[in-house]
Design a protein around this ligand. Sequence first.
Ligand code: AMP
Length: 560
Amino acid sequence: MLQTRVIAPVANAHQAPLLIRRLLLSGSRYEKTREIVYRDQRRYSYATLNERVARLANVLSAAGVKAGDTVAVMDWDSHRYLECMFAVPMIGAVLHTINIRLSAEQILYTMNHAEDKFVLVNSEFVPLYQGIASQLSTVEKTLLLTDAVEKTADLPNLIGEYETLLAAASPSYDFPDFDENSVATTFYTTGTTGNPKGVYFTHRQLVLHTLAAASVLGSLDSIRLLGSNDVYMPITPMFHVHAWGIPYVATMLGVKQVYPGRYEPDMLCRLIREEKVTFSHCVPTILQMVMGAPIAQGHDFGGLKLIIGGSALNRSLYEAAKARGIQLTAAYGMSETCPLISCAHINDELLAGSEDERISYRIKAGVPVPLVEAAIMAADGSLLPADGESQGELVLRAPWLTQGYFREPEKGAELWEHGWLHTGDVATIDDFSFIDIRDRIKDVIKTGGEWISSLELEDLISRHPAVREVAVVGVVDPQWGERPFALLVLREGQALDAKGLKEHLKPFVEQGSINKWAIPSQIALVTEIPKTSVGKLDKKRIRLDIAQWKAAGSAFLSTL
Ligand code: AMP
């Protein structure tokens, strides 16, 4: 490293470490009476939030939780989860946000791997917990979270029920200062092969991520999604990358927050309407689910601003949302990146251009946010030009990227090969610094020596008026190596076969957007497309399903 001038601080200078505790302070200073709302069941002020965080810290400490211990949560999105996001790291412990949508076997693996000592369990997950309890090797105590009148459950080493314990605890706690590089949170990401991998984030990383997210969402005129008068509700689970870290941003700013519990379209729409939610974030499939829900028909979403990330945003969804009054902003990130990396920023030059061009930029992964460096890397580790043409793996550097995988140094070293975090995504970066994700490396379809982006095909196919949802994967072909295969969910009363789809795609071949090999020779019409635990297209499952259908000669396959 370069030798520079470093002056040691005087002995009594306070270093003010970047701790999550500091994020909690300002919200209640700004807006003491503003509310935190949980479904139609509970609402309280920021002043109460601060007290409840202290009460929870007292409960945890009294139960024996010490700095460095891991405290796990199994809950839907709730005010309790928000309190855990603060209280657990603020006493120096590590919050493990359990992905409750994984299989029981995977949950068990993650809990043992993370060495969970203390677990907060929602009553809905008690049967699941009971099923794995005897194989949990590190858990010492449990605590019950419940909305029910019944305040007890058959959980091993139960210390009590959340609200009852909080009510009996002191509303003040002398939170200590400690090293900002202490781990604050951990959770598991599920790849296509092998066991889930544990990523982890420090106080310093979460604080810097919060500050960067707040500045991007609040200060860039082309984005301006979150100001202190907005009303925030997550529609990305809190177990998945801390609901993209936005609860920390909202709390720091004193924004009214609404937590919807389990995601039920009726409750989501009701809360949006009755609590006047103006800002949220989700993956494209969840937005589709919400807009398509029977209760949402005729619902006025006017004024709702959403970040869409986690998967590519296609043009049809962008336009459908716009027609319903929803302003979408695309963003990119991943579990390993805390997650915010980039957000679609329409600069002066693009503003002066055509609406069509603007939309094509609004749906891209966006421009790296402050403090993030992004580059395109070739297979040999060299960096490629950001010319909008050169494709390679998107690699990243930023202060808030996971520094490895928990207890798996070899996988961590692979993630950080050549000193850049490898995303596993093929991308380009153009002159406007816009990242364009072309595909996951493993989802690119290789047919007859040509490379086809499954994302691009999905975008073009979704523009057909009969198509409600689409997923494209490569399937093995003896002649071409691979061929694209499309899974389609059609709109009610609509019909489409492989020939019809070919007709729809032909003009894009003629314009040169795709080559003729990109036209799927086989499609399947289904009622539902498999999704992952966080609502993304589950391409691993889709490939398995297709292989089985082909072996069985299923009648619903349509071939050219
Ligand atoms: P996860 O770690 O499960 O959150 O998944 C991260 C992956 O989601 C990334 O590596 C991308 O493949 C994908 N992804 C996230 N945001 C976008 C986006 N805006 N456009 C395309 N793909 C995205």
